[in-house]
Ligand binder design. Structure first.
Ligand SMILES: [Zn+2]
Length: 184
Protein backbone atom coordinates (compact mmCIF):
# COMPACT_ATOMS: atom_id res chain seq x y z
CA UNK A 1 0.00 0.00 0.00
CA UNK A 2 2.74 2.40 1.08
CA UNK A 3 4.69 1.48 -2.04
CA UNK A 4 1.70 2.35 -4.23
CA UNK A 5 1.27 5.69 -2.55
CA UNK A 6 4.92 6.56 -3.18
CA UNK A 7 4.60 5.46 -6.80
CA UNK A 8 1.47 7.58 -7.21
CA UNK A 9 3.20 10.57 -5.67
CA UNK A 10 6.09 10.05 -8.06
CA UNK A 11 3.71 10.03 -11.00
CA UNK A 12 1.94 13.17 -9.82
CA UNK A 13 5.24 14.94 -9.19
CA UNK A 14 6.59 13.77 -12.56
CA UNK A 15 3.54 15.03 -14.38
CA UNK A 16 3.70 18.27 -12.47
CA UNK A 17 7.33 18.95 -13.25
CA UNK A 18 6.82 18.05 -16.93
CA UNK A 19 3.92 20.52 -17.09
CA UNK A 20 6.02 23.15 -15.32
CA UNK A 21 8.86 22.56 -17.76
CA UNK A 22 6.54 22.87 -20.77
CA UNK A 23 5.07 26.05 -19.32
CA UNK A 24 8.57 27.40 -18.67
CA UNK A 25 9.51 26.72 -22.30
CA UNK A 26 6.34 28.39 -23.54
CA UNK A 27 7.22 31.69 -21.84
CA UNK A 28 11.02 31.61 -21.55
CA UNK A 29 13.37 31.96 -24.52
CA UNK A 30 16.50 32.04 -22.38
CA UNK A 31 17.18 32.49 -18.68
CA UNK A 32 16.41 36.23 -18.74
CA UNK A 33 14.38 36.79 -21.93
CA UNK A 34 10.72 35.94 -22.45
CA UNK A 35 8.73 35.38 -25.62
CA UNK A 36 6.36 38.20 -24.62
CA UNK A 37 9.20 40.68 -25.13
CA UNK A 38 9.49 39.79 -28.84
CA UNK A 39 6.08 41.04 -29.94
CA UNK A 40 5.47 43.66 -27.23
CA UNK A 41 4.79 47.13 -28.66
CA UNK A 42 2.86 50.00 -27.15
CA UNK A 43 2.41 51.47 -30.62
CA UNK A 44 0.97 48.21 -31.99
CA UNK A 45 -1.39 48.02 -29.00
CA UNK A 46 -2.62 51.60 -29.32
CA UNK A 47 -3.04 51.38 -33.12
CA UNK A 48 -4.51 47.87 -33.05
CA UNK A 49 -1.73 46.49 -35.25
CA UNK A 50 -1.12 42.72 -35.28
CA UNK A 51 2.51 42.21 -34.25
CA UNK A 52 2.78 38.40 -33.96
CA UNK A 53 5.90 36.91 -35.57
CA UNK A 54 5.60 33.79 -37.74
CA UNK A 55 7.66 30.65 -37.08
CA UNK A 56 10.68 31.84 -39.06
CA UNK A 57 10.66 35.23 -37.34
CA UNK A 58 10.33 33.50 -33.97
CA UNK A 59 13.33 31.30 -34.77
CA UNK A 60 15.31 34.44 -35.69
CA UNK A 61 14.29 36.13 -32.43
CA UNK A 62 15.38 33.08 -30.47
CA UNK A 63 18.75 33.03 -32.24
CA UNK A 64 19.24 36.70 -31.30
CA UNK A 65 18.34 35.93 -27.68
CA UNK A 66 20.58 32.86 -27.43
CA UNK A 67 23.63 34.13 -29.35
CA UNK A 68 23.60 37.82 -28.43
CA UNK A 69 21.14 39.11 -25.84
CA UNK A 70 21.55 36.48 -23.14
CA UNK A 71 25.39 36.46 -23.25
CA UNK A 72 25.39 40.29 -23.08
CA UNK A 73 22.86 40.20 -20.21
CA UNK A 74 25.00 37.67 -18.36
CA UNK A 75 28.15 39.72 -19.00
CA UNK A 76 26.49 42.92 -17.71
CA UNK A 77 24.88 41.04 -14.83
CA UNK A 78 21.94 43.46 -14.78
CA UNK A 79 18.51 43.58 -16.42
CA UNK A 80 18.21 44.77 -20.02
CA UNK A 81 14.93 46.31 -21.25
CA UNK A 82 13.97 45.51 -24.82
CA UNK A 83 12.10 48.58 -26.09
CA UNK A 84 11.51 47.18 -29.60
CA UNK A 85 12.13 43.71 -31.05
CA UNK A 86 9.96 42.18 -33.78
CA UNK A 87 8.06 44.64 -35.98
CA UNK A 88 5.46 43.57 -38.51
CA UNK A 89 5.73 45.62 -41.74
CA UNK A 90 2.67 47.58 -40.64
CA UNK A 91 4.19 48.44 -37.26
CA UNK A 92 7.56 49.28 -38.81
CA UNK A 93 5.84 51.71 -41.17
CA UNK A 94 3.78 53.22 -38.33
CA UNK A 95 6.89 54.08 -36.32
CA UNK A 96 8.89 55.25 -39.35
CA UNK A 97 11.45 52.42 -39.26
CA UNK A 98 13.83 51.76 -42.15
CA UNK A 99 12.27 49.69 -44.96
CA UNK A 100 15.15 47.20 -44.66
CA UNK A 101 15.01 47.07 -40.86
CA UNK A 102 16.30 43.88 -39.25
CA UNK A 103 13.43 44.26 -36.77
CA UNK A 104 10.98 43.02 -39.44
CA UNK A 105 12.67 39.59 -39.44
CA UNK A 106 12.93 39.39 -35.66
CA UNK A 107 16.69 39.78 -36.04
CA UNK A 108 17.11 43.09 -34.15
CA UNK A 109 16.35 44.47 -30.72
CA UNK A 110 16.60 47.95 -29.20
CA UNK A 111 18.09 47.84 -25.73
CA UNK A 112 18.25 50.03 -22.64
CA UNK A 113 19.48 49.54 -19.10
CA UNK A 114 19.05 51.35 -15.83
CA UNK A 115 22.31 53.34 -16.01
CA UNK A 116 24.53 54.37 -18.91
CA UNK A 117 23.30 52.72 -22.09
CA UNK A 118 26.89 52.87 -23.40
CA UNK A 119 27.58 49.91 -21.10
CA UNK A 120 25.45 47.83 -23.49
CA UNK A 121 27.58 48.33 -26.60
CA UNK A 122 30.71 47.97 -24.47
CA UNK A 123 29.40 44.62 -23.21
CA UNK A 124 28.58 43.59 -26.78
CA UNK A 125 32.22 44.17 -27.78
CA UNK A 126 33.77 42.76 -24.61
CA UNK A 127 31.61 39.65 -24.31
CA UNK A 128 32.67 38.47 -27.77
CA UNK A 129 29.18 37.91 -29.17
CA UNK A 130 28.61 37.95 -32.94
CA UNK A 131 26.51 40.69 -34.52
CA UNK A 132 25.51 41.82 -37.98
CA UNK A 133 24.77 45.44 -37.12
CA UNK A 134 25.22 47.59 -34.02
CA UNK A 135 23.81 51.12 -33.89
CA UNK A 136 24.63 53.52 -31.07
CA UNK A 137 21.50 55.64 -31.19
CA UNK A 138 21.60 59.38 -30.37
CA UNK A 139 22.62 60.79 -26.97
CA UNK A 140 26.33 60.39 -26.30
CA UNK A 141 28.65 57.41 -26.86
CA UNK A 142 28.74 56.84 -23.09
CA UNK A 143 25.00 57.19 -22.71
CA UNK A 144 23.11 56.83 -26.00
CA UNK A 145 19.31 56.93 -25.96
CA UNK A 146 19.35 53.22 -26.80
CA UNK A 147 21.47 50.55 -28.49
CA UNK A 148 20.22 48.62 -31.54
CA UNK A 149 21.78 45.23 -32.16
CA UNK A 150 21.01 42.85 -35.03
CA UNK A 151 22.19 39.33 -35.81
CA UNK A 152 21.01 37.42 -38.88
CA UNK A 153 23.55 34.60 -38.59
CA UNK A 154 26.34 36.58 -40.27
CA UNK A 155 28.98 38.14 -38.00
CA UNK A 156 29.47 41.22 -40.23
CA UNK A 157 30.10 43.61 -37.31
CA UNK A 158 28.88 46.79 -38.99
CA UNK A 159 28.85 49.61 -36.42
CA UNK A 160 26.95 52.86 -36.89
CA UNK A 161 26.47 56.02 -34.86
CA UNK A 162 23.06 57.68 -35.33
CA UNK A 163 22.83 61.42 -34.77
CA UNK A 164 20.10 63.98 -35.40
CA UNK A 165 21.01 66.93 -37.57
CA UNK A 166 19.77 70.49 -37.08
CA UNK A 167 16.89 69.87 -39.49
CA UNK A 168 15.53 66.87 -37.59
CA UNK A 169 16.99 64.36 -40.04
CA UNK A 170 19.05 61.37 -38.97
CA UNK A 171 22.66 60.91 -40.00
CA UNK A 172 24.41 57.54 -39.74
CA UNK A 173 28.20 57.45 -39.55
CA UNK A 174 30.20 54.23 -39.72
CA UNK A 175 32.45 53.59 -36.75
CA UNK A 176 35.53 51.40 -36.97
CA UNK A 177 35.38 48.65 -34.33
CA UNK A 178 39.06 49.01 -33.42
CA UNK A 179 38.61 52.75 -32.78
CA UNK A 180 35.59 52.04 -30.62
CA UNK A 181 37.51 49.42 -28.63
CA UNK A 182 40.06 52.12 -27.70
CA UNK A 183 37.43 53.88 -25.56
CA UNK A 184 35.85 50.81 -23.95
ZN1 LIG B 1 16.42 49.12 -33.75
Amino acid sequence: MEKNRIATNFLILGGFSTAAFLLYNKFKMTKNFNWSEVSRSGTADSLGINNEPNDEQKANAKRLAVKVLQPVRSYLNKPISVTSWFRSPELNQAIGGSASSHHMQGNAADLKINGNNGDIWKAILLSGVPFTELIIEFGTLDNPEWVHVAYNGRNERKILRAERNAFGGVRYATINENNLRLIV
